[in-house]
Design a protein around this ligand. Structure first.
Ligand SMILES: [Zn+2]
Length: 457
């Protein structure tokens, strides 16, 4: 049963209001790119104005020009526990209009879809969260706990001036028991079944520099201590070989649950992924879609992708050093030291003289999938789509959860949207022709409000 507060709301009018709010947000170009000035402040200011119109008291934080954040708290009496944070980033990745069927910042509605960069990543969620606070304020309901909305800047460039800046500089403004944000809550159609992935984990980051030293010399003479072939061997090995197989509890559970809803052949394939000797061959040969294989691959191994290579600056001079930058990602339970150990074991003697330094590390994020909130999310999905299955997922990338988890928050990726069959969430995420179905979005507005009401009213 939906929360009783929902019956007092005119959902037709609210749905239209939500659509208008999202369209307005999509029309603010908040592209996050070194090629243009940041414009997140315009979006943050716009949201603050909407909140103020309902008597709320939002605060704006702009650590550097253009990278604005809006935070707004609706107070509760605390009897229901610590606050809930509804967070979403207002910035978006670039969109090349030449590749789009419609202008990426139009916010137009066409054939039942709202078009625009950010329609699913993640201005939809930002609009729903802002409206959730407005609806709660209008209802006059007494809250059992604070509900905080944070529309944050800069996520698409690593969160520095957004969630990271807020957790470092104003933790008291955002600290909460739960942080609800991306990536999950959308309908995933697979094998004639419907699933709702809900993010409960994300891999950690370990960006590193690998240095090979050598003996510099003239390019006309043979040189057996040239660092370029040494670093090239490392890059080749890292780029073509898997690191050891690890089945973490969250992925074990995800795969088993997904498998239980699949025909026998798929089930066998999925169970095979959980066994070290079978996993690699299955990933390489049994998946028709490489993108799907890559996701499973990333969820079952630490990864170390060579991404930048630098050596020498004169054609006739052997350099004394060659440098490889590596984007390492860690499974829950793994540390940077574990990853370096795995890399050294993989390289064997080729790794003996290498210097490996860690440039940036962020631990994995993991929340308990059996937390009380899981039952609420499960029943909201079950009411809406009784035959669908909720899957608790891990993403290989990062979100603002990296920042929120530093304050001990339980991070849940639940940004609900009902997608029709054929809509490819993952292809639209950072892809061309990003759009959201009007009706599926309106359902999301109601689902998110229902969740917050269950937790806070
Ligand atoms: Zn996002």
């Amino acid at each position: 049963m939906a929360h009783p507060l929902l019956t007092d709301i005119d959902w037709a009018a609210t749905g239209d209001e939500a659509v208008g709010l999202l369209q307005a947000l999509l029309r603010i170009d908040t592209t996050n790119s070194p090629d243009c000035a940041p414009n997140d402040t315009e979006a943050a200011t716009f949201l603050a104005d909407r909140l103020r119109a309902d008597g709320l008291e939002p605060e704006l934080f702009e650590p550097i020009p253009g990278k604005g954040n809006v935070v707004c708290c609706l107070r509760g009496d605390g009897t229901g526990g610590a606050p809930i944070l509804l967070s979403g980033h207002v910035d978006v990745v670039p969109a090349d209009p030449a590749r789009w069927s419609r202008p990426p910042f139009s916010g137009d509605i066409h054939d039942g879809w709202i078009w625009g960069r950010g329609a699913i990543d993640m201005k939809n969620m930002v609009a729903m969260e802002c409206l959730t606070l407005q609806l709660l304020a209008r209802s006059g309901a007494k809250l059992k706990r604070d509900v905080i909305f944070a529309g944050v800047s800069d996520e698409e460039a690593g969160c520095r001036w957004g969630s990271m800046w807020l957790t470092d500089n104003h933790p008291e403004k955002v600290r909460a028991e739960y942080a609800i944000s991306e990536i999950g809550g959308f309908t995933l159609h697979s094998g004639g079944k419907r699933f709702y992935p809900v993010q409960v984990a994300e891999k950690g980051m370990c960006w590193m520099t690998i240095r090979a030293k050598g003996t510099p010399g003239h390019g006309s003479l043979p040189n057996r201590d040239n660092p370029i072939p040494k670093i090239a061997r490392v890059a080749h090995r890292l780029g073509t070989t898997r690191l050891p197989h690890h089945v973490t509890p969250v992925v074990d559970r995800f795969i088993r649950k997904l498998a239980s809803h699949q025909p026998l052949a798929n089930r066998l394939v999925l169970h095979g992924l959980l066994q070290a000797p079978l996993c690699g061959p299955i990933l390489d040969h049994a998946f028709p879609e490489p993108a799907l294989a890559h996701t499973f691959d990333a969820n079952l191994h630490n990864t170390a992708n060579p991404t930048m290579l630098r050596a020498g600056d004169k054609v006739n001079q052997v350099p004394g050093e060659a440098i490889l930058k590596v984007d390492g990602r860690l499974l829950p339970g793994q540390t940077s030291a574990d990853l370096v150990r795995e890399i050294r074991a993989l390289l064997g003697k080729d790794g003996d003289d290498l210097e490996i330094t860690i440039d940036l590390e962020m631990p994995p994020v993991l929340t308990n999938p059996d937390d009380a909130i899981a039952a609420h999310i499960g029943s909201i999905i079950a009411e809406h789509d009784p035959d669908a299955t909720v899957l608790h997922t891990m993403i290989p990338g990062f979100t603002d959860a990296k920042a929120w988890s530093k304050l001990g928050m339980k991070c849940w990726g639940f940004s609900p949207v009902d997608l029709p069959e054929g809509a490819k969430f993952t292809a639209m995420f950072h892809g061309d022709d990003e759009r959201i179905p009007v009706e599926g979005y309106k359902w999301g507005v109601r689902a998110l409000f229902d969740l917050v009401a269950r937790l806070a009213v």
